[in-house]
Design a protein around this ligand. Structure first.
Ligand SMILES: Cc1cc2nc3c(=O)[nH]c(=O)nc-3n(C[C@H](O)[C@H](O)[C@H](O)COP(=O)(O)O)c2cc1C
Length: 355
């Protein structure tokens, strides 16, 4: 699946380069094999995701095939769990049953996986979600991201046992503050991977480079933020995102993509006054093309109905306000100028204070 995605992106990038498609090409820097997904679709068939952890030789072969498939041009990394219920011989997951398993046995299974996968020298970088995946049907993906206990200590031990490999820690780390704590506790970690925390409050990570890598943290001179081309505040970010969103809507019909376009900025003001009003406005913006296409009515007609605003490829919705403008208007209407113009550093300072 990773190769198909990569091929697709490569094709898209070259098409855009040739056609001058507006310049948002995908330039991937690595391929990642997902051996951590616990979806029920995966569990039964044992063919991808976390079920792969029970067959490390197959994972090694997949890694080799991915490397060869990319012509040897891209590193292949592996995302995994610390194990699966099946590999530990658990017929049904219970806290007591799992708790009775000896740490040494569980850790040696994880070592065996890492050692086998890394043994031909291709995969050297692992991102580890530090809880087991429970692949029995009764466990939902959401359960699988919260019920099995986190065992960060296994990932820390891997960094000591295999200094020639690199490991990133994942699972339950929700803030930049916590990420920094874990990195300080174990400097041999290559990184921290954050999933849901980042999705819920992306702005909370806007200072990550500075806090984690510059070594000067929140005490640095505020002028450091000026001088590169990254957005300096969320108003600039929305302006920049708006250009991307308009481009997307010129190449794909907004009736299909507007909801995704609007949803992507929905958590940007998490924790700020009136964030909910902004999210509600984005929801409305997300549903607008469908409404317009249906001639202003909320009753959705079959897709393809074109009574109202038509989509003109290369332009967007005929005669309608661009999505960039709608988003900016909603931001100005519901959020204060102070919030819109606050810097990543101010956000980081507030969050530190809250921790
Ligand atoms: C909605 C959703 C989609 C995810 N998709 C992927 C994925 O495509 N590939 C992957 O390796 N992990 C995926 N994950 C798992 C996360 O990368 C991460 O391992 C997991 O959420 C635990 O980290 P967290 O506690 O920081 O969220 C997904 C998680 C969520 C909630």
């Amino acid at each position: 699946a990773s190769l198909a995605v990569w091929e697709q992106s490569r094709r898209r990038a070259s098409e855009e380069e040739e056609g001058g498609g507006g310049g948002f090409p995908c330039e991937y820097t690595a391929l990642n094999l997902n051996c951590g997904c616990p979806s029920p679709k995966v569990a039964g068939k044992g063919c991808f995701g976390a079920a792969l952890m029970d067959d490390p030789i197959l994972v090694r072969e997949c890694v080799r095939a991915m490397r060869d498939g990319s012509g040897g041009t891209l590193p292949v990394t592996v995302k995994c769990r610390i194990g699966t219920d099946a590999s530990l011989g658990l017929e049904r997951f219970t806290r007591e049953g799992y708790g009775a398993i000896e740490d040494g046995r569980e850790y040696s299974k994880l070592r065996e996986f890492v050692e086998t996968v890394a043994s031909d020298g291709i995969a050297t970088d692992f991102q580890i979600h530090a809880r087991i995946a429970v692949l029995t049907k009764s466990f939902s993906p959401a359960d699988n991201r919260k019920v099995p206990p986190l065992k960060y200590e296994y990932v820390r031990r891997l960094t000591e046992d295999y200094p020639e490999l690199t490991f990133s820690l994942n699972g339950g780390i929700e803030t930049l503050y916590r990420a920094r704590e874990e990195l300080e506790r174990c400097p041999t970690l290559a990184g921290i991977m954050v999933g849901r925390g980042m999705a819920a409050d992306p702005w909370g990570f806007a200072c990550a480079d500075e806090v984690l890598y510059a070594g000067n943290g929140a005490g640095a001179d505020a002028d450091d933020e000026v001088g590169d081309d990254r957005p300096k505040n969320r108003l600039e970010l929305l302006e920049s995102y708006g250009r991307h969103a308009d481009h997307e809507e010129s190449i794909k019909d907004p009736i299909y993509i507007r909801r995704f376009v609007a949803k992507a900025v929905s958590p940007l003001f998490a924790g700020e006054p009136n964030a909910k009003k902004f999210r509600i406005a984005l929801d409305r913006i997300g549903g607008l093309p469908k409404q317009l296409r249906n001639g202003g009515s909320n009753n959705s007609k079959k897709s393809g109905a074109t009574e109202g605003a038509e989509w003109i490829p290369g332009v967007g919705l005929d005669g309608q306000t661009k999505v960039s403008e709608l988003i900016l208007n909603a931001a100005h209407e519901h959020l204060s100028d102070e919030v819109l113009r606050s810097t990543p550093r101010e956000g980081w300072e507030r969050r530190q204070w809250e921790e």
